[in-house]
Ligand binder design. Structure first.
Ligand SMILES: [Zn+2]
Length: 342
C-alpha cells in the first residue's frame, strides 16, 4: 500500500521554501489491508524536506513532508502489531513483492523511493504504512530520538558497512559535519571502532563534532594536508555528501586504495575529478542511497548496543516553518525534530 498521512499534517503546498509548508487537516479513514495506522509522536526533518519545499525535487504539491517518524500503533490489519505497540518507520517506499525486494535489496526496487518525497510523509497525526515498514521502537530512545535516527542512520550505516566495508581500527573522514548523515556517520564510525576525523566550515560545528566522537576537526575549505598529517598518511574511508566543493580534497585525504563513499552533493550536481588521483591512487568511488530493511534492523541492533542519534532541537508540529528555516540557514547540528504533542 502507499503511505497515507491523516489528521493534522505539515503539507508542502507551494514551492516557495519553508513558508510553502502549512498545517492542514486531512480526512481520517480506516487502515487498508496490510497497513498499520500509527499515531505519530515525533517526526524529523531532513534536507530533502527543504529541497522539496523549494521545489527542487520536482514533487508536485500537495505532499505531507518528512521521512522519519515514531509513534504508537493506533490500528493494525496485521497480527504482528497491535494497538499500543511503540514503533518506528523504515523510511523507504518499495513494493515488497518484486524480485529485488524479495532478495532483501529494497534499494533496487523499481518502485524505490523515500517516505515524504515519493509518498505522503510522517509529519502528521496519523500515518498509515505497510506493516513491513514497521519496526519496534528501540526502548532506550525517547520519542524525539526515535524519530531522529531512521533516514540518516540507515543511510550512513549502508555507506560505512555495506558499501565502504569499514573495519575496526580504520580511519574515517566525515566531510561537512553538521548535516544529518554526517553526524550519523561520525557516531556510527565510532561505534564500529574506527578513528574519526571531520570537517566543517563552522567553528561551532567542529567543536560539536569533537564532542560526539571525532578526534580532530578541520575547516572544510582545505583539509587534505591536515587530515594526512593527523591520520599518519591518510584515511581509509571518506564519507562525502558535499560534492564539487570538497570532492578533490576528500580524494587527496585518502590512503592508496582508500574509498570515498558518496550519498549526496549539496554543492552541485556535477563535479570535476582529478582522474590520475583516482586511478593512480587505486581509489574506490562508491555511491550509496538510503538502505535495505535488513540494514535498518542492523541500525536498531546497534542502537540496542549503545549507538545514539543527535537531536539538534525539538519543535511542535505547528512550528514546522521555523524548523525548516533552521535547516535553510544551515544552523543545525544533528536532527530537527517535530513533536506531535501540544
Ligand atoms: Zn520491489
Amino acid at each position: 500500500m502507499t503511505p497515507l498521512s491523516q489528521g493534522r499534517a505539515a503539507v508542502f503546498e507551494e514551492p516557495i521554501g519553508p513558508k510553502g509548508v502549512r498545517i492542514r487537516d486531512r480526512p481520517k479513514t480506516d487502515a487498508e489491508p496490510g497497513a498499520v495506522a500509527i499515531a505519530v509522536r515525533a517526526a524529523s526533518l531532513n534536507h530533502l524536506d527543504l529541497w522539496l519545499a523549494h521545489g527542487a525535487q520536482r514533487v508536485p504539491p500537495p505532499r505531507v513532508i518528512a521521512a522519519d517518524g515514531a509513534g504508537v500503533v493506533h490500528a493494525s490489519t496485521e497480527a504482528r502489531w497491535k494497538p499500543g505497540d511503540e514503533v518506528v518507520v523504515y523510511p523507504v517506499v518499495c513494493c515488497w513483492e518484486c524480485e529485488w525486494c524479495r532478495r532483501g535489496e529494497n534499494v533496487r526496487c523499481v518502485r524505490f523511493g523515500v517516505v515524504g518525497e515519493h509518498s505522503d510523509g510522517t509529519a502528521c497525526e496519523l500515518f498509515h504504512i505497510d506493516a513491513r515498514n514497521v519496526f519496534a521502537k528501540p526502548k532506550a530512545l525517547s520519542w524525539e530520538e526515535a524519530a531522529a535516527f531512521p533516514l540518516t542512520f540507515l543511510t550512513a550505516w549502508r555507506m560505512l558497512t555495506t558499501r565502504a566495508r569499514l573495519q575496526k581500527g580504520e580511519q574515517v573522514l566525515v566531510v561537512g559535519a553538521g548535516g544529518g548523515v554526517a553526524v550519523a556517520a561520525i557516531r556510527i564510525a565510532r561505534h564500529l571502532g574506527a578513528r574519526v576525523f571531520a570537517t566543517s566550515r563552522s567553528e561551532r560545528k567542529r567543536q560539536r563534532a569533537l564532542e560526539i566522537g571525532a578526534e580532530a576537526a578541520f575547516d572544510s575549505a582545505e583539509f587534505s594536508k591536515a587530515v594526512r598529517e593527523a591520520s599518519g598518511g591518510g584515511v581509509d574511508v571518506v564519507v562525502e555528501s558535499v560534492g564539487p566543493a570538497t570532492l578533490n580534497e576528500s580524494m587527496r585525504s585518502l590512503v592508496p586504495g582508500g574509498r570515498v563513499v558518496i550519498c549526496g552533493s549539496t554543492t552541485g550536481v556535477k563535479a570535476e575529478v582529478a582522474m590520475p588521483r583516482l586511478f593512480w591512487g587505486q581509489l574506490d568511488m562508491l555511491g550509496s542511497t538510503m538502505g535495505n530493511a535488513s540494514e535498518f534492523q542492523a541500525v536498531l541492533d546497534a542502537i540496542d548496543a549503545g549507538l545514539r542519534p543527535v537531536v539538534d532541537e525539538v519543535r511542535p508540529l505547528n512550528e514546522v516553518q521555523a524548523a525548516l528555516e533552521r535547516l535553510d540557514a544551515g544552523e543545525q547540528f544533528g536532527k530537527v525534530v517535530l513533536s506531535m504533542e501540544g
